[in-house]
Design a protein around this ligand. Structure first.
Ligand code: PLP
Length: 283
């Protein structure tokens, strides 16, 4: 049975789905996206991802192509139609298509694309988290990293480098030597004093939905929590490190730039937060 995609108001077999030649997401990276995880057929952190989508669109003055309930209905239909129990939903809204010009046509209409990916491995990832090795590299992105833009070239470049070095993720580092975030995840450390640290929300990082849920859950753990910048050196000497993202949940980092973190295994605090998150997400 083919997988279906939703493109500009129509369901169609995914392999037939296309965007126009002059779609602005392709020509300019002029678009926004969101990724939800589907677990047991349900969207995780559903409303928070919608809220971030609406905020990102608002910052770029791209109108929502339809209201949140209608959008949610199309997503649910695709999940059912594609029989997704564990997987992801990718949703992209581009400013639309018009003759290639930096100034969009006055009557441009946003284009909406939704597709799903079946990922049965996510079911196992809940039970046994993969220990992650990461590298760090310069953050080459723009000054509005809070917007979930489809322009991801610096993220792609650094992630390819991590992959070439046999690593799973890369943490990006600002001009002052402080970690901003991962190429597709939020960055966290646990200090030797067991303080949980992640960078504060500003335009320097994407407001991670998983980050937000874990931050809320901190009140259920006995650990001190600080939202502040941390350097690469502090991260390398941390007792524990982890990433958060929709698809990684709370993912233990056991090596940074070849330096073993803690005992080189998933840490105690990371395990507590991971379990809290998985329970809260209904996983
Ligand atoms: N930071 C960046 C740059 C990302 O691309 C992502 C996810 O794709 C995240 C952080 C984590 O966000 P979330 O927890 O909402 O998946």
């Amino acid at each position: 049975m083919p997988s279906y995609a939703f493109v500009d108001g129509q369901y169609m077999p995914r392999h037939l789905a296309q965007l126009p030649l002059e779609d602005r997401a392709t020509n300019f990276g002029d678009g926004i996206y969101e990724v939800w995880v589907v677990a047991q057929g349900k969207l995780v952190d559903e409303q928070k991802h919608f809220a971030r989508l609406e905020r990102s669109l608002g910052e770029l003055q791209i109108p929502m192509p339809m209201g949140r309930p209608a959008l949610a209905q199309h997503i649910q239909r695709l999940i059912r139609r594609n029989n997704i129990r564990f997987g992801t939903v990718y949703l992209q809204i581009s400013r639309g298509a018009s003759k290639r010009d930096h100034v969009p046509a006055a009557d441009i209409v946003p284009s909406l694309t939704i597709f799903t990916n079946n990922k049965p491995a996510l079911a196992d990832a809940r039970l046994s988290p993969k220990p992650l090795k990461i590298i760090t590299g310069p953050d080459l992105r723009w000054a509005r990293r809070d917007i979930k833009s489809t322009s991801l070239l610096p993220n792609v470049m650094l992630r390819m480098e991590a992959h070439q070095q046999g690593c799973h993720e890369a943490w990006m580092v600002d001009d002052q030597g402080f970690v901003t975030e991962g190429t597709s995840s939020s960055s966290w450390i646990v200090t030797p004093e067991k303080v949980v640290v992640t960078r504060a929300l500003t335009n320097d990082i994407l407001p991670g939905v998983t980050r937000d849920t874990v931050r809320e859950l901190m009140s259920q753990s006995n650990h001190k929590f600080e939202e502040r910048a941390f350097s690469v050196e502090e991260a390398e000497q941390a007792a524990e490190a982890f990433i958060t993202s929709a698809t990684n949940f709370v993912g233990p980092v056991v090596e940074i730039n070849g330096v073993t973190i803690g005992h080189g295994q998933i840490g105690e605090v990371t395990t507590i937060l991971r379990d809290l998150y998985l329970r809260a997400a209904g996983l």
